[in-house]
Design a protein around this ligand. Structure first.
Ligand code: PLP
Ligand code: COI
Length: 367
């Protein structure tokens, strides 16, 4: 929409009331997911004339917004999710932050929001993580600091058009396992009434409305005793797309793995992309193609599909143990992850936590 200025300076205003060490340590010992936030946040403002400006790190605090703020009415908002990992030597690293920055730009384009330069996105992350570095848990139990950059229409105006004032904000929250069951297999509800994304829609963008629209289907999943919902394609209601906040992988009895192809209606997951490379390096044949839900059902029954797993920043790699739908169900795993799921999970987290060499250059050192 605009070309951002070459440099964006971040002013720093530190809080006078950091959370005391004892209280922070108690949070870090059992962080849960997305419930506690660090002492600071980053914000910046965009207007058509000035581009991005007023960027700064400041104390974490509520935002005061006029009731007519455009985002409340038309959901012109996007977000990202990535993590900072503490390695055994105390250093802190993010995983492929430039990929999140690029996806943030693609989401911005789709939602008629201004792009934030990759360097500014990464600089904002580095500043917040460095300032709040005591909030990054040690890597035991696969804990991390979850980072949530987001952007929204902050102009107060009720007409329907792209906002002429936009706010960027970055907050951070210590994170443990996304699913309360930890690494045990989760159950999936196949949504037959609701679709997540249609051709030409916003499925490939990480925009707020996609998540708002998925909640009733997620509620249906919970009501049917499942943890997560799986969406099918909007045209034929046949092809498996993804879960509400995770991509999917299928493992076959010959060791090959398949993930639904990016058809413009699926979020291009950074975990998904990383696994495509890691699995190929691990000797697995990898394929991106359409997966008919009947192939899933029949494949599990015949033994051709041996494992199914979900992947994403929050969920990491999570085995799927059961698929249920209106009129039936299928069990596909015992109490633990299958061997290929476990192998891929370990290949990924070993890089993230610095237990093996990062031969891909995926890690970005912050502290
Ligand atoms: N699909 C959806 C709808 C998501 O919200 C996410 C999470 O960001 C993913 C997939 C996985 O993406 P990533 O691996 O980049 O976290
Ligand atoms: C993530 O994995 O970062 C997500 O955004 C998934 C969910 C928390 C929305």
């Amino acid at each position: 929409m605009t070309s951002p200025p070459d440099r964006l300076e971040f002013a720093t205003t530190l809080t006078a009331s950091r959370l005391p060490d004892v209280q922070r340590d108690a949070v870090l010992a059992a962080p849960g997911f997305g419930v506690t936030f660090t002492d600071h946040m980053v914000t910046a403002t965009w207007t058509p004339d000035a581009g991005w400006h007023d960027a700064g790190l400041r104390p974490y605090a509520a935002l005061a917004l006029d009731p007519a703020t455009a985002v409340f009415h038309y959901a012109q908002a996007i977000f990202e999710g990535l993590k900072a990992y503490r390695h055994a030597d105390g250093s802190i690293w993010t995983f492929r932050p430039e990929a999140n920055a690029a996806r943030f730009q693609r989401s911005a384009q789709r939602m008629a929001l201004p792009e934030l330069a990759v360097d500014h996105f990464v600089a904002a992350l580095d500043l917040l993580i460095t300032t709040d570095q005591e909030w990054v848990p040690d890597g035991s139990g696969e804990r991390s600091l979850y980072l949530r950059p987001f952007m929204f229409a902050s102009e107060s105006f009720l007409g329907v058009r792209p906002a002429k004032e936009v706010t960027f904000c970055l907050i951070a929250s210590p994170a443990g396992a996304y699913f309360s069951k930890g690494l045990s297999p989760v159950s999936i509800w196949l949504s037959q009434d609701y679709t997540r994304a249609a051709p030409g829609g916003t499925g490939a963008a990480k925009c707020a409305g996609n998540y708002g629209a998925s909640l009733v289907a997620q509620q249906e999943a919970i009501a049917n005793g499942c943890d997560q919902v799986c969406f099918l394609d909007a045209t034929e209601h046949r092809f498996v797309e993804e879960l509400g906040g995770m991509n999917l992988y299928f493992v076959y009895d010959d060791g090959s793995i398949v993930t639904p192809e990016l058809s413009g209606t699926i979020l291009e997951g950074i975990t998904r992309a990383s696994i495509l490379e890691l699995a190929a390096e691990g000797g697995h044949k990898v394929e991106e193609r359409g997966v008919d839900v009947d192939e899933w059902r029949e494949g599990v029954q015949s033994g051709r599909i041996t494992e199914v797993f979900a992947c994403g920043t929050a969920a990491v790699v999570t085995p799927i143990g059961r698929l249920a739908w209106d009129g039936g169900e299928l069990t596909m795993a015992g109490a633990a992850a299958g061997p290929v799921t476990a192998e891929i999970r370990e290949a990924l987290v070993a890089i993230q936590y610095g237990r093996v060499e990062d031969t891909h250059g995926w890690l970005h050192r912050v502290v």
